[in-house]
Design a protein around this ligand. Sequence first.
Ligand code: FES
Length: 423
Amino acid sequence: MKQATPAAVDVAEFVARRSVGQSLEAPFYVSQEFFDLDIEAVFARHWLFVATDAELPEPGDYVTVAIGPYSIIVVRDDNEDVRAFHNVCRHRGARILGEERGTVGNIVCGYHQWTYGVDGKLLHAPSQAPDFAPSCFSLRSVHARTVAGLVYICLSQTPPEDFDEVAAQAEPYLAPHNLAKAKVAAQIDLVENGNWKLTMENNRECYHCGGHPELLCAYFPTYGYGEQNLPAVLRPTYERYLQADAAVRLTYDSLGLPYTLVEELDTRTTGFRIQREPLDGAGESYTSDGKAACKRLLADFPTARLGRLAFHTQPNAWFHLMADHAITFSAIPLGPDRTLVRTTWLVHADAVEGIDYDLDTLTKVWAATNEQDALFVARAQQGVSSPAYVPGPYAPSEEDVEAFANWYVTRLRAYLSDTERQR
Ligand code: FES
C-alpha cells in the first residue's frame, strides 16, 4: 500500500501561535522543516561559540566546523589572528579540508590544487588563462572573533552588532582566567539523541539535577530557585550556599574579580548570562570533594577557592571557569533529533598531566554529567515525538529555559519577517 506523504509543517503558523510559559510544540523538536529553519534563522545569523584559542595555538592550526550544510574552516593566520572561511573551493566548489582539525602551511584543495594562504588569499591556481586574476578568488570569509580565549563565528554577512557590547561586559569576568594562554587537557564529543533545543533547555535548568550525583558533590543545585520557590529539601543546601557566597564575595572583592549577575538572555540579539558563584565542598573545582583538580592554576590566583564563573551565550554555549581549569561546551545541531555536544577541558599551558593533574579526576564530574544529560535529552526527544505530547508548563526555576525559548522564537520571528519583507 502506498504510504501517505506527511504534510509539510507550516513553520510560520507554529511560530506565530507559540504560547509563552510552556514548552514548544512538537514540530519545533522533531520536524525537518524546523531543523532547516533553525540552521538558517538561528545558526547562520548569530554568533556561535565553536572553539577555543587553545585549540589553535600556532599559525596554520585549524578546526573545521559543520553547521547544517555549511562547513567552516577556523584557522590561526600568520599574524596569529583567528580567521574563518567557508570550506568551499573558489574553483568548482569542492570541500577543501576534510579533517576536523590539523595544521596547514597553506590551505590546498585536493581536487585541482588551488592553494590558498591561511589569510584566505588564493596563492596558486595551476594552468589558468593569462588574464586570470587570483585576487578575485579568495576564500569566502566568515566573521570570527575571540572573547578572552573563546572563538566565536557568525555566518551572516551582517552579524548582530550587539556582540561587541556582550564581549565588553563579559571580558572583565573571563579575562582573569587567562584562557587565551591555556591548553586543551581533554575534549569529548558526545552525540545526544535529541534536538539541539532540548540540549540547550536541559542545560538551562537544574530542576533535574537530582539525576547528577557526581555534579552535586560540587555544584549548588539552587540555580533558578528564588528564596520563595525553594523546595524544603534544598533549604539546608541553600543555607550552605549563602554562607559560601558571602565568603567567596570577600575573596572576589579583594582580588577585584567581578561577580555580579548580568542576565540578558532574551532581551538582546546576542543573549547571554554571566555570574561568579561559589562551589560546594572545598569550593575550588568540579571534583568529588570540590578540591582543585589541577595544581597549576590557570592564572596567578592566590587561592583556588574561587568557585565558578558561569557564562551562557545563546544559542549554543555554556562555560564554567574555575581557578584551576575551565570547561567549555558547545551544542551543534546534526539533525532534528541529533546534537553534537563538544566539551573541552582547559588547564594552564604549563600544567603537566600526571604531575599537576590527573585526567580522570579532571574530567570525571562533567563526563558523567554529560552522559546523564544525554539520557535526559534522549528521553525528552522520545516523549515529544509521541502524538500524545502536548506542551507543558515551565516551573518557576525553569526561567532560563523559558528565556531560551523566548529568545529562540523571537529570532525566528525576526527571520521570517525579514524574509517576508524581501519577497
Ligand atoms: Fe578546488 Fe578545483 S574544486 S581546485
